[in-house]
Design a protein around this ligand. Sequence first.
Ligand code: B12
Length: 247
Amino acid sequence: MVIITQEKLREIERKLSSLLSPYGFECHPFKIGWYNEQVSKSFLLPYSDDTVAFIIISTPSMFEKAFIPYLASADCIRMKQDPIDQCMMHYFAAIKAEYADLEIETIHDFQTTPSKRPRVLVQTAGHVSGAVRYYQRKDLLNDPWCSERKIFGVCLHPEFGGWFALRGVAIFTSINCPDLQRKSPREILTTENEVAELLQRYNDHWEDWSFRDIIVPKDRYSKDQREYFATKPADRLPLIKKLVASN
Ligand code: B12
């Protein structure tokens, strides 16, 4: 186990960010303890509290900067796995390669345990890193839903509103940074009504994507990207061919 200062951690963050940002990704550090103190027992990550991890976020430009070039280079037509998932695996492998001398465990948003639970709750990880604000039903003093109804929570990014995805975490399992100072996420919505409206849009109208525009974002998904995600996975092949051909 290596103990590092906050300054040294900022160096690691800069290096990781310079690897990922040309492809439209952001990375934000957090301590495993901050995550573990929020989640229930079955979601605990098995590392000590000061272990350093990063949440990896894809911004709207990831589609053009990482995904389309990846499609062009990979044999997606014969791929069994979802092309976006494959592409994320490719970039997460690049993180491990960049730090070949360190032990890194990467966990994707789509990975599950043998009992089918998500291996990591990326919304909680995003919130404790301070990168995004995770709005949940319990943020409201009063809410309009009946008590039995499950209301899913949703994160907002300070710049991109809902136009981003939380792709997973990279855990530096042999690095501890006791000094890392916690950053609270920015309060993006200011009133209870706004939070209720966000949760309503995410839970009842997520397919119209209006939850993503609850604030005016700096950037949104391109037309191609919207068309891609609006198409059922089984029908995406012609679109993939078109994207590759036009690139
Ligand atoms: C399973 C899943 C689904 C399921 C069930 C939804 C659900 N939330 O459970 C289904 C298939 C329905 C679904 C659908 C969608 N999903 Co989905 N889904 C997931 C997935 C894989 C796991 C979510 C999960 O099971 N959570 C388990 C529950 C128990 O977690 P929880 O409610 O957060 O509870 C924890 C917190 O409350 C925490 N906690 C307790 N107290 C506190 C206090 C604080 C301050 C904090 C921070 C935490 C905290 O502890 C609890 C656990 O013990 C995540 C990716 C991931 N790996 O996290 C994506 C994810 C949540 N989905 C996402 C999206 C976008 C969608 C869709 C819009 C489709 C899409 N991909 O475009 C739809 C919309 C859903 C809807 N309106 O109903 C995004 C949300 C992004 C965002 N901005 O927040 C995620 C994060 C994927 C991603 N890559 O970005 N999804």
